[in-house]
Ligand binder design. Structure first.
Ligand code: NAD
Length: 510
């Protein structure tokens, strides 16, 4: 909800050159505590004026930071990691407050972010170039990785700490400076973490924060001094930023939306698979780009899996996440998003899928008033969904699992081939042969075998395919380092002739 009011609730400031300053924006968007449906802050919807201040600061800081030895840059990350660990609880609580996920989920996501900082601590080794002596007669050759300059990150709402942390620890340790635009829905966590980054000794101007929505993103795309953009968000915006950003000569890595397929073979361990599927579909209220949103039981696996799943999901406690209780699932991010999810559930019913568990009833069951004010929808399961239904084709990004029953593994592979996305896919089976077929042929970039959510840890790239990723070098892992560096090749020859060889006075110590 956009407003022009600024009173009562804190308005987020920009971080420019190590100082918190006010935005020049005249429009603001409300930041909610989604558990309670109350406004906790306002995000300014800034544009080029704010962005340019941040980019100029980053540009100035780059001159010194790129000359700072990589081991010194890594030492800032070691200190940053320590501060993140010391303040882990506070960060996780803020994630819960502004996003709504449970405290346990928030802690797990902060931990995944810290792992990227651990990865960045190893950049002095990972950034090393290659060399070859005598690649041609008397010619030596080497490559050296250089930072590229001012980089920008544009983040989604669903992981306020983790997703921005996928980006800037790697960019900074490689010697770049950074401008982050957090999601306008969850700006507070990034602002808190920025304080630890500065406390860790990062020089002023190396890391900056701007706030806003589309205008701010368009300013990032247009700014001539930004060399690279890392984006994580929905597919249409990812495609837009990739197309416009690359047209403006920038490097872009843009991760988009997803529809992740979970295949259950008849020989799978049914109880373990049901447990993992439940966590994958309904963890973080389904607001995960790696959430298992499409279950595909093969043959006789279907009835058994459905009864276990419905039994488990219907027992999940849904409620306020920042209070004294610890529910299994929290709210979704906003009233608008809740309405969108409910609309897609309506559509699933209208298109003929069988609603086996209706999460919209959660408000009727919820006990407290505050539950009713928050943005809640409970676990929802559709059985007998078909390939051409909206709930099977589109990302819902909520706790809604669609189940498509198929006769054989080929039926599951066919569903994957027809999917526009390609983030994650998982198979539950005890058959090595089935797992191998699946691993080789399923049309997605991150594959799990008997694991809940195959989201790679920081040492591996986040390898989305199809409309789940636009670009060449993925986020995290060695690809992340390649993205944030440019190589310089040097070829060296020192002339010599057969006459002078070994006759040069230098060789004789003269
Ligand atoms: P979003 O695309 O609406 O917003 C992401 C960012 O883009 C925000 O910072 C926002 O301000 C900006 N933005 C929004 N609309 C824009 C527009 N029209 N033009 C320019 N910029 C715009 O995404 P979201 O709702 O914040 O996050 C959920 C989405 O992110 C889901 O689709 C989810 O799958 C995806 N996601 C993907 C990954 C991945 O690794 N592939 C990870 C997390 C989330």
């Amino acid at each position: 909800m956009v407003s022009t009011q600024t009173e009562k609730v804190t308005v987020c400031k920009l971080l420019v050159d190590g100082k918190w300053i006010e935005s020049s924006a005249t429009q603001f968007v409300d930041v909610y505590n989604p558990s309670r449906g109350i406004v906790i802050a306002r995000t300014p919807l800034g544009g080029m004026t704010d962005l340019d201040k941040a980019v100029q600061a980053a540009q100035r800081a780059f001159i010194d930071w790129k000359e700072t030895p990589v081991v010194e840059r890594a030492r800032v990350m070691f200190k940053f990691k320590q501060l993140l660990e010391e303040n882990y609880e506070e960060i996780a609580r803020l994630v819960t407050r502004e996003h709504g996920k449970t405290l346990a989920e928030a802690k797990a996501s902060v931990q995944r972010g810290i792992e990227v900082v651990e990865f960045a601590c190893g950049i002095p080794s990972l950034m090393m170039g290659e060399s070859m002596e005598n690649i041609a007669r008397n010619v030596d050759c080497e490559t050296i990785r250089h930072p590229i300059g001012v980089c920008a990150g544009i983040a989604p709402f669903n992981f306020p700490a983790m997703v921005p942390l996928w980006m800037y620890p790697i960019a900074l340790t490689c010697g770049n400076t950074f401008v982050l635009k957090p999601s306008e829905k969850v700006p507070l966590t990034s602002m808190l973490i920025a304080q630890y980054l500065m406390q860790a000794g990062l020089p002023d101007g190396c890391f900056n924060i701007v706030h806003g929505g589309k205008d701010c993103v368009d300013a990032i795309i247009a700014h001539p001094d930004i060399k690279a953009i890392s984006f994580v968000g929905s597919t249409n915006v990812a495609r837009y930023i990739y197309t416009q950003g690359t047209a403006n000569g920038k490097r872009v890595q843009a991760a988009g939306g997803a529809k992740n397929h979970i295949i259950i073979m008849p020989d799978a361990d049914m109880e373990q698979s049901a447990q993992a599927l439940q966590a994958s579909a309904f963890g973080c209220a389904g607001e995960r780009c790696m959430a298992g949103s499409l279950a595909i039981p093969v043959g006789k696996a279907a009835d058994d899996m459905m009864s276990r799943l419905i039994d488990r999901a219907s027992q999940m406690k849904v409620g306020v996440t920042d209070g004294d209780t610890s529910p299994d699932m929290g709210p979704v991010i906003s009233r608008e998003h809740l309405d969108k999810i409910n609309g897609l559930i309506d559509k699933g019913q209208a298109e003929g899928a069988k609603l086996a568990l209706d999460g919209r009833e959660i408000h009727a069951k919820a006990g407290s008033t505050s539950d009713k004010q928050g943005f809640f929808v409970g676990p929802t399961i559709f059985d007998h969904a078909k390939a051409d239904m909206t709930i099977v084709k589109e990302e819902i990004f909520g706790p809604v699992l669609s189940v498509v029953r198929v006769a054989d593994l080929e039926g599951a592979l066919a569903l994957g081939r027809n999917c526009q996305y390609g983030n994650g896919a998982v198979i539950y089976t005890n058959s090595g042969r089935a797992a191998r077929e699946f691993k080789r042929h399923f049309n997605a970039g991150m594959i799990g075998v008997n694991v809940g959510v195959p989201a790679p840890m920081a040492w591996f790239p986040f390898t989305g395919w199809n409309n789940s990723f636009f670009g060449d070098l993925h986020i995290q892992g060695k690809e992340g380092i390649q993205f944030y560096t440019q190589q310089k090749m040097t070829m060296t020859r020192w002339f010599e002739t057969s006459d002078t060889r070994f006759q040069d006075p230098i060789w004789k110590g003269k």
